[in-house]
Ligand binder design. Structure first.
Ligand SMILES: [Zn+2]
Length: 273
């Protein structure tokens, strides 16, 4: 059948992403779905770049962002209204949209779809259909230990029998967390698609990697402005900035702040060569 696919299985990378965060179970699950989905989309990139998936909603989940490079470096975080929990996906997002940005350097491309009330996977199937014009099936599963999923895409320009395509949809839809209890990978593919002839390519590693740095944090402080920085310093004795992705803390004391804004001093033409 003219179908291409990928299976993603995140465990250590996923648990690292959750460290320093305290998400409720449904936010954790949705973030895990986003991590698996973004990795699945990124692995198909044929150029150096990155995929960014962003969700903005009016429900408990205000914002979610997940980014994966073509090297499969993954990072992401979510922001939810404190003290509230939803029972199901529809209540978590309510009304919202999902944006997928494909960044290949010069010309970023963005596709936006409304969030399907059923699931993130259903929303992304719509994205593939409308923005990429490529029918796909996506199944995603996640808890606090595992974030995984399957992506099946029709090969462009090649017809596939409707019954075959529907059968693959049903098979992919059986994916569950239990599939990742034991050996996943090639065994899982063999079990899921037992009747089909599947050619499997070698696997690639997905790593948690945050691209934050002290220099980037300094730039954020500069953008915040000298007045704000000095006020915070006066109140708290130091400025602490925590990266929302990796949880890394960076401390700026009076000397750091002084050095940061010293460039803002206007100098006269006091040196002549
Ligand atoms: Zn970071």
């Amino acid at each position: 059948m003219p179908v291409r696919g990928a299976l993603i299985h995140l465990s250590r990378t996923w648990r690292r992403m959750l460290r320093n965060h305290d998400y409720d179970p449904l936010v954790t699950e949705t973030l895990g779905h986003a991590a698996a989905a973004t990795g699945l989309i990124a692995q198909s990139l044929k150029f150096d770049g990155a995929i960014t998936l962003q969700i903005q909603g009016s429900g408990i989940l205000r914002m979610l962002v997940m980014q994966c490079t073509s090297e499969l470096d993954l990072r992401g975080m979510a922001s939810a209204k404190p003290g509230k929990a939803a029972k199901e996906f529809a209540g978590l997002i309510e009304k919202g949209h999902c944006a997928v940005t494909v960044d290949a350097g010069e010309r970023p491309y963005q596709g936006i779809v409304d969030i399907d009330r059923n699931s993130l996977a259903a929303s992304l199937e719509q994205y593939f259909l409308r923005s990429v014009q490529l029918p796909c099936h996506m199944a995603l599963v996640a808890n606090e230990d595992v974030a995984s999923g399957i992506l099946l895409q029709q090969v462009p320009g090649q017809a596939i029998d409707d019954d075959d395509w529907n059968r693959l949809h049903l098979l992919a839809g059986t994916l569950s967390l239990r599939d990742f209890d034991g050996e996943a990978g090639i065994h899982l593919i063999g079990n899921l698609f037992a009747e089909d002839d599947v050619r499997v390519y070698s696997h690639r590693a997905v790593n948690f990697r945050c691209r934050c740095s002290r220099r980037k944090t300094e730039n954020v402080l500069k953008m915040l402005g000298e007045r704000e920085a000095r006020e915070t310093l006066a109140e708290q004795g130091r400025i602490e900035i925590i990266c929302e992705y990796c949880g890394r803390r960076r401390i700026f004391d009076a000397v750091d702040v002084e050095r940061l804004f010293v460039d803002n001093v206007v100098r006269g033409p006091d040196s002549v060569q």
